[in-house]
Ligand binder design. Structure first.
Ligand SMILES: Nc1nc2c([nH]c(=O)n2[C@H]2C[C@H](O)[C@@H](COP(=O)(O)OP(=O)(O)OP(=O)(O)O)O2)c(=O)[nH]1
Length: 140
C-alpha cells in the first residue's frame, strides 16, 4: 500500500481574519500562499504537530481548535488536513521565520486577493465557509 503522510495546515484566525503565508521554497511552490503547517511525524498527534510547526515557522504559541472536516490531496503521498487555531494570550505575533517570506492577515473580503497554491483552494474555501457560519465562534 502506498504510504500516506498527513500535512497539517492551520486556519489561524484572529478577529475574523485568516493568516496566509507565502512560501519561499521549494522553487515549484515559492511565491504562492498556503496555510502554515507541515508534515505530521510518525507517532505524533496531528494537533501537536501543528503547534510545533507554528512555533518553528512563525514563532507563535498557538492553540488548536476544531478540525475542518475533509481531507485534500497534495502531491503524493501527502494529504492536507486543516484545523482552526488561534494565538494564545501572550504569544508573539507571527513572523516568517522558516519556509515563508511574507504573511498576511486576510479579512473576509480579502481572502482571494492572494495567489493560493492550487491544491489549497478547496480547503481555503471550506475554511471561509466555516468562518462565516461560526462567526464569533472561532474568532481569536
Ligand atoms: N504546510 C503546508 N504545506 C503544504 C500546503 N499545501 C501544500 O501543497 N503543501 C505541501 C508543501 C510541501 O510539499 C508539503 C509540506 O511541507 P512543509 O515544508 O510545509 O513541511 P515540513 O515543515 O514538515 O517540511 P520539512 O522541511 O521538515 O520536510 O505539503 C499547505 O497549505 N501548508
Amino acid at each position: 500500500m502506498t504510504e500516506r503522510i498527513v500535512v497539517v495546515g492551520a486556519a489561524l484566525v484572529d478577529s475574523g481574519r485568516l493568516l496566509a503565508a507565502r512560501r519561499s521554497a521549494p522553487p515549484s511552490l515559492a511565491g504562492c500562499w498556503e496555510l502554515p503547517g507541515g508534515k505530521v511525524e510518525a507517532g505524533e498527534r496531528t494537533e501537536d504537530a501543528l503547534v510545533r510547526e507554528l512555533r518553528e515557522e512563525l514563532g507563535v504559541d498557538a492553540e488548536v481548535l476544531s478540525r475542518v472536516p475533509g481531507e485534500w490531496p497534495l502531491r503524493s503521498p501527502y494529504v492536507l488536513h486543516v484545523h482552526f487555531a488561534r494565538l494564545r494570550e501572550g504569544s508573539s505575533s507571527p513572523a516568517p521565520l522558516e519556509d515563508h517570506d511574507d504573511l498576511r492577515w486576510l479579512a473576509s473580503g480579502e481572502i482571494w486577493d492572494v495567489d493560493w497554491l492550487d491544491q489549497d483552494v478547496p480547503a481555503v474555501r471550506e475554511v471561509v465557509e466555516l468562518m462565516g457560519v461560526r462567526d464569533g465562534g472561532v474568532r481569536g
